[in-house]
Structure formats: structure tokens, C-alpha cells
Ligand binder design. Structure first.
Ligand code: SAM
Length: 281
């Protein structure tokens, strides 16, 4: 079911955790974009039971635990979870990390959460309706479901070189066939990984059908990298060396002037309004 994502993330986990710089003081919602301290989507998490889906190296789960939440982090990749457990130990926080797929939350069926969070993991999953129904089943009444993902405009196209310039080419916004990316693992092996997307309307409708009300949609504009000091850039909740290149005015690169015209991340804040009961599954 989620074997492709599991294989791919096990193969690239070491490299990914070396490459990215993710805050252990703020919840991140995506690259070079504002985090929870600025967006205030989760509210006061102290004493709340939080489930993070696709927790990766555990950074968001660890931050939420530092903020007083009781956190469970779930991920399909064992290697990512190795990082998460090590990091939680180093940060001296108590987070429960579980191996599993967000498409099947039956192992958590006896538990209830106040908040379910997911940051840039949904795009690796094919059946979003199924995930939303699973989330409904583990949330308390009026519970919050906040998820960030690749913006569907960005995931319907790709950067490419055309006439010596780097341009963004939109494939087809309405085509929900996955974009197949080829990743290179630690052992230089090539791994094909499908990235899924839905239109904004489809995602909105799927949430409604799954017992949620959408309270907010956020499309954060990327941070103004060129105007930021070194210290401000270091303080971003999620960054990587490759984003430094965006400061370039060189048209061969997708510099900031191009980059800032395109939303990277889309965030949905939804609230559970009804239980699905027998409808689930
Ligand atoms: C881009 S990382 C995001 C992790 C973390 N939020 C971050 O930004 O580093 C995507 C994560 O989703 C996980 N993932 C992919 N498919 C999943 C699934 N079906 N269930 C749970 N986790 C999944 C991957 O293993 C990976 O750790």
C-alpha cells in the first residue's frame, strides 16, 4: 500500500536529514515559509494529545512535546523513525514514535487525539479520502486536523530549462495522475517515487465528505530571502542549502524573483464536525 514511500524514504533518509535544517523550536509547514509561531493554526497545544502523520525525523513532534503536548509521531519509514528517536533522546523529550501508514490508523483505534498534524507527507499517499476518514476516526469531537502539502499548482508542473532559461512549466492542474520523480538513494540506486496531488476543490470536498469543516486555507508566500539577514535566514523553521541559490539573480536558476511567484506550500486547517461511524473505510 505505502511500500513505495517506505522504500524511497528508507533509501534517502540519511541524505535528507543531512541536507535539511529543520527547527527544533518552531513547528514547520514547509521550506522557507513561516511556521506555527507566525501562523497560529494549532492554538495552545499544552496538555493536548497530538498525532503527527509522516513525522519524518521527528522535528515537529519534538517541538510540540516541548510546548507541552502529549505527542505520537507516525511514519512509514523505519530509517526516518531512527532519526526521530535519536533526536528526541538528544532533546530529552518523551515522544511516542510508531511505525505505520497514515492510510491505516486502526492500530490507534482505541485512542483519541485533539489535534492531527501532517507536514509535507500527504503528497506521498494515493488515497487522500481514506486518510481523511482514518483521521476522523481517531480525532475527538471538534478535533483539529492541520496539514501542509506541496501546493497543487507547484505539484502540477516542474522547473525546466527552456531556451537557456529556467522556467516553470505547468503540466495539467486538473490531471490527478501522479508526477513520478526519480530519487537517488545512499547506495546510488535509482528509486521512482510517485507524488500525488488533488485540486484545491477536490481536497476541500474530500474533507467535507470525511466529516470536516475547513476553517482556513493558507498559501504562505516564501520568505523574502534576499532581504533577510544571515541570522533571520538561520531562524527559518525549514531550510536547506539549495534554497540559498534562490537569492541569485542568475536566470539560469529559479531565483527568488521567479520562486516568489509560485506558492510552495498549501495548508488546510479543518475541524471534525461529525463522526463517520459505519461510513468509515
Ligand atoms: C518530506 S518528509 C516530511 C517529514 C517531516 N515533516 C519533514 O518535513 O521533514 C515525508 C515523510 O512522510 C513519510 N510518509 C510517506 N508516506 C507515508 C505514509 N503512507 N504514512 C506515514 N508516513 C508516510 C515519509 O516516510 C517521510 O518521512
Amino acid at each position: 500500500m505505502s511500500d513505495e514511500a517506505r522504500r524511497a524514504w528508507n533509501a534517502v533518509s540519511e541524505w535528507y536529514q543531512r541536507k535539511v535544517t529543520i527547527s527544533l523550536e518552531d513547528v514547520h509547514y514547509g521550506p522557507i515559509s513561516p511556521g506555527e509561531r507566525e501562523l497560529h493554526l494549532l492554538g495552545d497545544v499544552s496538555g493536548r494529545r497530538v498525532l503527527e502523520l509522516g513525522c519524518g525525523g521527528g522535528q515537529n513532534s519534538i517541538v510540540l512535546s516541548k510546548w507541552g503536548a502529549h505527542v505520537t509521531g507516525l511514519d512509514v519509514s523505519e530509517r526516518q523513525l531512527d532519526h526521530a528517536r535519536k533526536l528526541a533522546e538528544e532533546e530529552k523529550v518523551d515522544v511516542r514514535f510508531l511505525h505505520g501508514s497514515m492510510e491505516d490508523l486502526a492500530p490507534l483505534a482505541r485512542q483519541r487525539f485533539d489535534i492531527v498534524l501532517s507536514s509535507h507527507a500527504l503528497q506521498f499517499v494515493e488515497d487522500w479520502g481514506r486518510v481523511f476518514r482514518e483521521v476522523n476516526a481517531v480525532l475527538n469531537p471538534e478535533g483539529l486536523f492541520v496539514f501542509a502539502m506541496s501546493h497543487p499548482v507547484l505539484s502540477s508542473g516542474r522547473w525546466t530549462i527552456m531556451e537557456g532559461r529556467k522556467v516553470f512549466v505547468l503540466r495539467d492542474y486538473f490531471d490527478d495522475a501522479p508526477e513520478i520523480e526519480t530519487w537517488v538513494g545512499e547506495a546510488q540506486e535509482k528509486i521512482e517515487i510517485p507524488l500525488y496531488h488533488h485540486t484545491v476543490q477536490d481536497t476541500f470536498d474530500l474533507l467535507l465528505e470525511s466529516g470536516f469543516r475547513v476553517e482556513r486555507i493558507v498559501e504562505p508566500m516564501p520568505y523574502p530571502l534576499k532581504e533577510m539577514s544571515e541570522e533571520e535566514r538561520r531562524g527559518m523553521p525549514y531550510t536547506a542549502e539549495e534554497y540559498e541559490r534562490l537569492k541569485s539573480d542568475d536566470l539560469e536558476e529559479p531565483g527568488y524573483e521567479l520562486w516568489k511567484r509560485l506558492p510552495y506550500t498549501m495548508i488546510f486547517k479543518a475541524r471534525k464536525t461529525r463522526s463517520l461511524g459505519q461510513d468509515r473505510g
